[in-house]
Structures are given as C-alpha cells and as structure tokens.
Design a protein around this ligand. Sequence first.
Ligand code: SF4
Length: 398
Amino acid sequence: MAKYSIKTFGCQANIADSNSISGVLEALGYEELILPKFDTETEEFSFILNNADLFIVNTCSVRQKSEDKVYGMGKVIKMVKDETGKKPFMVLAGCMVGSVTGERQRWEFEKLHKKTPWVDLFINPHQIFELPVILQKQGVLNEAALAKFDPKNVNAKLDSPLHAFVNISYGCDNFCTYCVVPYARGKEISRGEEEILKEIKHRIGQGVKQITLCGQNVNSWGLGTTEKFEIRSGSDQKLPFADLLRKIHDIPELEKISFLSSNPFDFTQDLVDAVSLPKISNYIHIAIQSGNNEVLKRMNRRHTVEDFVAIVEKLKKVKPDLEIGTDIIVGFPGETREQFMDTVELFKKVYFAVAYIAMYSPRKGTPAEKFFTDDVSRDEKKYRHAYLTKFWKGLKKK
Ligand code: SF4
C-alpha cells in the first residue's frame, strides 16, 4: 500500500483540514506512515522523505517563522535526495498556497514557486476534496483508483477516539489589518446546518463524545455578508450560531461542545445565553489582541476593551467556573509603551487561563504591512513580550 504523511503547521483549522486530507487519501487506498519519536524536525523530515510515497505539508502563514520552516525543508529534501535518490511526491497545501492563489491573492504564486522548487503540487484549502482528480491528472493516481473513490466513504481522521474537530465555516471577511487569513482562506463561507449535524451524527457513530466547532469567527456562522457587520458586541441581536449550539446541545450522545475562534465584536447576549448550557465547554477562547482602544482601531478590530470586559463579566455570570483564553499581539505599529501597559492592565482585570502572546511581524500584502510602519524595534517587542509573559505567569501562580 502506498504510504502518505502529513506535516501540519498552524491552527486548529489546519489540523481539521489535515484530518480531512487523511480521510480523502485513506478512501483512495493510501496508508498513513507511522512515525516514531524524533529529537529534531530534521530527523522527522528525513524519515518521512525516505519512507513516504506522498508527503503533504499543510502550511501556516500567520507568522514568518512557520513560512521559513517550510522554505528550510528544501535543504533536507536535497540532502535525502542526494543520499538516496528518493523523493516522495511533494504537495504544498494550506495558507501559504491560499495566499498566492484565489481571488484575494496577497503575493505572487511565481515567487512561492521559486522558493519551493521541490514542490510537485500546490493545493489551496478549498481544493481538499478535488485532491483525487488532481492527483490522477498529475499521474500519481491511476484511473481505476479514482473510479473507486466515493466521497461518501471519506472519514476525516480523529485526533482522539472521543473527540472530533468539525469545521462550520471557512475563510474570513473581517480583515483585521495584521492578518493573512482573509487572503489565505478567502471569503467567509458557512457550511449548511444539515451538513454539520450530519457530520456530527456520523462522528457520534464512530464513538465521538466531544466536538470542537471550528471557523475563523464562529460567531458569524450563518449570517450574510451585510448582516454580520450589523451585529454589535453585547447587543440583544439573535445569532444563528447560538441556535446551532442549542441544536447540537440537544444531541443526547454528545457530552462536551467547544468552539473556536470567537471574537469580541459580535458576541451577543444570545450567544452568552447559549454558553450557559451545561454541555458547552468551561473554556472559551476569545481573541482580544490588545488592551488599548487606539491600537484595536488600527488593527481594525470592531470592538473596544470595554466591550470585551463586559462580555467576560456576562459569561462569568452565566457560567461562574468558565475559563477564558485569548490572543495578544505586542509591538503593533504605533503601539507606545503606555498603550502596551494598557494590555498589562487588562490582564489585571481579566484572568486568562491561556494567553498566546505574539510579537507583531508584518505579513506581506496585509493592510498593516502596506500602510503602517513597523516602528516598534525588535528589542522593544522582545521586552514587551517577556514583560507580559512574566506578568501573566506570575498571576497564574497566585
Ligand atoms: S477575525 Fe481578524 S484575526 Fe481572525 S481570522 Fe479574521 S481577519 Fe484574522
């Protein structure tokens, strides 16, 4: 049996996509290459390159570091090829490819192609279910294997026997100024309710008891493009997503429901009420990004610090043991030391069980890269990162 391996960089959306790719490949008769434990990523890559027939690298574009790791793979590929003469069929998938293809192209495909000459095939996040046809056209798959392929037999891989990620929407229309997602994953598209419920029931049939609903902004699931921008944080407006949560909650076999990502700009009372349901997870991740309203404005976040704090207070009222997680960017263009200290102040007000703190780095083709100067020095960013991390960890110990 031909062996495949997938290396996944980035967020839960990519993990969910990689699980779907596994499902497609296994329905085509591929078998996953079992990886032993490795001390370094280079060792892992060489093992895969030596033993897999098909190697898919599912990329992330959020940070330059993950893109650089992908470019760096070229050296290992050359080394293995020089030593053994072998190279699996290499597929580059995910956000790096999404960023150079599709209607919201952030930079040129040719540039990516030049930097990754070892890639045999590029697929963007919307092409996962087209993979069988594409592989056949590339000569990797024969006509007979393609003819046997039935999308109904695709079972996305499970991360654990009891838990499954279920994508409810793809893409994003929010255009936060630092973010690559609206380009890399394209226009926000919600999956239909029936399709989502069907997938969840199918997963339950496989023994799943816990699910995580995934989307770049799950709150706006099921809303039209104009409607979603009319939703105001903390308002009484009804959200289709809150209704979806209630329907999923009614499925008796399910024990726990989580969701991500959720943002503060459209977290209404309706959603707060849905969170109070007993099977909804006691952990919610809501990205705030900064504790200063001026910085939030420059980030094109449609919420204030006060909106965020009010949501947290409401959530704590309906679910007192709820834990909150968040994402923070320090050193965004124009962020002064005082504005950064507002983020520290926010950490005093709201206790975060989880905080992903990142130093800003400009991403090519985003509004922040095009229109703002990356004027906070690397040393200052490092200082703010270390300061906030130490402060937050100090709070955790208390
Ligand atoms: S909501 Fe903002 S940060 Fe989140 S994916 Fe969309 S553009 Fe990026």
